[in-house]
Design a protein around this ligand. Sequence first.
Ligand code: SF4
Length: 379
Amino acid sequence: MLFEHPPGESAHGNGNGRCSAEATGSSQVISAGFRLRPAQVTWEMTRECKWKAVSSRPAKRNARERAQVSTAEAFHLIEDIAAMRVPLLALTGGDPLCRSDLFPVIEFASRRSVRTSLTLLPTPKLDGTVIADLKEIGLMRVGLWLHGSTAELHDARRGIRGRYRRTLEIIESCHEVQLPVHINTIVERRNLQDIDPMFELLTRLDVAAWNVFFFVPSSPEERAETLSAEETEQVFAKLYQGSGRVHFQMKTTEGQHYHRYLLQQRARETKTRFLDMEAVRCAPKGVNDSRGSVFVDYKGEVYPSRFLPVSAGNVTHHALSELYSESPLFTSLRDVSRLKGKCGRCPVRTICGGSRARAYAVTGDLFAAEPSCGYEPGS
Ligand code: SF4
């Protein structure tokens, strides 16, 4: 089975407290010919979506299509990703089915041994035949969004009725051709109490993985949906308890401090000190914005994360490998000595570091303390 996420993203890696090959696997991978390589490249292939209300942006189809990364540029990007030996290229959108070169792009990646996942929207044009064709050309995994365990919760997020039911149908189509499915969920105030029901649903649906995104506001108006530090700890506790009961993989996105929570739980269970330095040294390094993850938008702009709108450059002018390894933005974000406030004082900052995207969204400072962390260094 494709392991979409690097070892640092698993919920219970390094449970024995000793350094193992997996436990020491870093998101900061060094490969021949490259100083650094990401564990995952996410490419937003397009922002187009014919399903109105999915995007709040006004439709300017012609202008948008001209601005998109072209097929030739996409192939060039994939060559670079292949040369870096990035473990996974995650394709997303908008609706990737709006790109006429979707199949050639996946085929091209497959021929160069680049593993691909594809996040799809359950629009009317996505059916079992499309799923079977994607599997045939080498797609490794399908991603789908589910923001709640019920139709009411999920459909309400985008205001499109029937989306929940269609998503379940698409999962069934994936199972029919044995194409693994991962589910993406954004956790915010409105679905905060839905963690246990989601575990039950995803177990029933027999998914391969669950990616839990911790909400990052993109405007001051959205801050009301951001979890407080206390609420975040409650979600961590639910995720920790639930992940021990299920067979699928689980990772967090923009919830880097879940790694600190795991260390605390491990210390509690093994009756050792939380800050035992051997445990900290051996703990899987969490993927963070610029540290293992990189996001390329539909125009080719390169960001540390899809939630951190500060660009390092554009893949149509510079190689992604160069921007990831050497750009001042990515280099500075990897430098934990620049972290401020309690993140700067935190003994597990090399493992966690907090969400740089959330810190930036809330304070305007890339290096500010993570606003949704309840841990106080020294406590
Ligand atoms: S204080 Fe910062 S670095 Fe430490 S656990 Fe919290 S978010 Fe992570």
